[in-house]
Design a protein around this ligand. Structure first.
Ligand SMILES: N[C@@H](CCC(=O)N[C@@H](CS)C(=O)NCC(=O)O)C(=O)O
Length: 196
């Protein structure tokens, strides 16, 4: 049985959503972040950073959204939510899976904090390059890899939704993309389960 450690209205929503997309049975454990349960010694054995999401799959302990999503989609939805290793789309799939956490999140934070990071040192290049790259990737649509919805849309989708909500990114293809994601049945099932 898969177990997801989840807290409402946090980054772990992506994994809740992905599990609903995959359709595999799982249980949810809900540490109370307000009470600091994620910093208990028991929890820190699972993730020394004291953060959700965590997924356990038997003896395997998974941490970090992009890693968790890559593992789950490869193991439980290969050829559907994850392009196979020999699929030409695999490269783009991995790019966007890791773009969300490695490029967009630090960029959003830098923007929020008004940090002036030289583009050669920043993982995101320039803000405009990043913004244009995301919008251009979505131009053919309806999803990141064109007609195919993948686990990368779940992880990137979370970041794009957030960026659009806070007006951190813009582009003519973003609002429609977010609306398509939010219309998905699995997304709405996850929303209903988010708070418990
Ligand atoms: N790099 C982690 C970040 C996870 C993360 O930031 N989780 C936050 C919630 S959004 C958390 O658990 N915060 C609780 C705390 O640090 O006390 C990932 O992508 O999975």
């Amino acid at each position: 049985m898969l177990t997801l450690y989840h807290a409402p209205k946090t980054r772990s929503f992506s994994i809740l959503w992905l599990l609903e997309e995959i359709g595999v049975p799982y249980e949810v454990k809900r540490p109370d972040l307000q009470k600091g349960e994620q910093k208990s010694s028991e929890f820190l054995k699972l993730n020394s950073l004291g953060k959700v999401p965590i997924v356990t799959d038997g003896d395997v302990i998974l941490r970090e959204r992009a890693a968790i999503a890559t593992y789950l989609a490869d193991k439980y939805s290969i050829g559907t939510l994850a392009p196979r290793l020999d699929d030409p789309l695999r490269g783009d799939y991995l790019r966007w899976m890791f773009f969300a956490v490695g490029v967009m999140e630090p960029l959003f934070l830098a923007k929020f904090m008004n940090l002036d990071v030289p583009s050669a040192q920043a993982s995101w290049g320039t803000f405009d390059d990043t913004n244009v790259a995301i919008d251009a990737q979505l131009a053919p649509g309806p999803y990141l890899l064109g007609s195919r919805f993948t686990a990368a849309d779940v992880v990137m989708g979370g970041a794009v939704r957030w960026g659009v909500m806070w007006s951190l990114i813009e582009g003519k293809n973003l609002a429609g993309y977010v609306a398509r994601l939010e219309a998905r049945e699995a997304f709405n099932r996850a929303m209903a389960k988010d708070g418990g």
